[in-house]
Write a protein that binds this ligand. Structure first.
Ligand code: ADP
Length: 185
C-alpha cells in the first residue's frame, strides 16, 4: 500500500506531481482543493459553505474538510493507497488524520515536502491565473501556509515520516527524484 501526503507552499507543484505519481502507481490523487472547487461549481451544501473561504484564500473550517476527507478515504478505490494533496494543512488536521488512520487500522503515510523558494512560488501562481490566484489572495494563502502549515514539517519530521525534495527544478526532474525516493522506502 502506498500512502503519501504532499506538503509544500501553494505553487510548489504538489498537484502536478501528485497527479503524475498517482497515474504511475494507479492510486487515487485526492486533492482537497479540487474537491472543494468542484463542490463550489456544483453548488452542493459543502460548496456553498466553502465558497467565500476558498475565493478569499482562507482555510475552509476544518470540520468541513475533515468530514470530506474521511468520506473520501473510505471509498473502494483507496484499497491500494492514495496520494493526499492539500490535506492536512494544520496540526489539528494532522492529528485528525493520525486518528482516522488508526481507526482504519492503517499505518502512517510518507510525507513529502516539496521545497520551493517564495519568489519562485509567487511567479508560478501569477502565471497559473486560477480564480484565487490574484496577487492579494496569493499573499494571504502564503501567509496562512507559513503560519498554519509549516509547523507540519516539524510534526512529521519528529515522527520520522518526512522527506524533503527540491521542488525548484523542472517538473520532470522532480518526478524522477520522487520515483527514485519511493523505490528506496
Ligand atoms: P494551493 O495549494 O495552490 O493554495 P489548493 O487547491 O490546495 O491550492 O487549495 C485551494 C483552497 O482550498 C485553499 O486556499 C483553501 O481555501 C481550501 N482548502 C484546501 N484544502 C484545505 C484544507 N485542508 N483545509 C482548509 N482549507 C482547504
Amino acid at each position: 500500500m502506498t500512502r503519501i501526503i504532499f506538503l509544500g507552499a501553494p505553487g510548489a507543484g504538489k498537484g502536478t506531481q501528485a497527479q503524475t505519481l498517482a497515474e504511475h502507481w494507479k492510486i487515487p490523487h485526492i486533492s482537497t482543493g479540487d474537491i472543494l472547487r468542484s463542490a463550489i461549481k456544483e453548488q452542493t451544501a459543502l460548496g456553498v459553505k466553502a465558497k467565500s473561504f476558498v475565493d478569499s484564500g482562507q482555510l475552509v473550517p476544518s470540520e468541513l474538510v475533515q468530514d470530506m476527507v474521511e468520506e473520501r478515504l473510505q471509498k473502494a478505490d483507496t484499497s491500494s493507497g492514495w496520494i493526499l494533496d492539500g490535506f492536512p494543512r494544520t496540526v489539528d488536521q494532522a492529528t485528525f488524520l493520525d486518528n482516522l488512520l488508526k481507526k482504519m487500522n492503517l499505518g502512517g503515510a510518507l510525507v513529502i515536502n516539496l521545497d520551493v523558494p517564495d519568489d519562485v512560488v509567487v511567479g508560478r501562481l501569477l502565471e497559473r491565473g486560477r480564480k484565487d490566484d490574484t496577487e492579494e489572495v496569493i499573499r494571504r494563502r502564503l501567509e496562512i501556509y507559513r503560519s498554519e502549515t509549516t509547523p507540519l514539517i516539524d510534526y512529521y519530521g519528529e515522527r520520522k515520516q518526512l522527506v524533503v525534495i527540491n521542488g525548484n527544478q523542472s517538473a520532470e526532474e522532480v518526478t524522477s527524484n520522487l520515483k527514485d525516493l519511493t523505490v528506496s522506502c
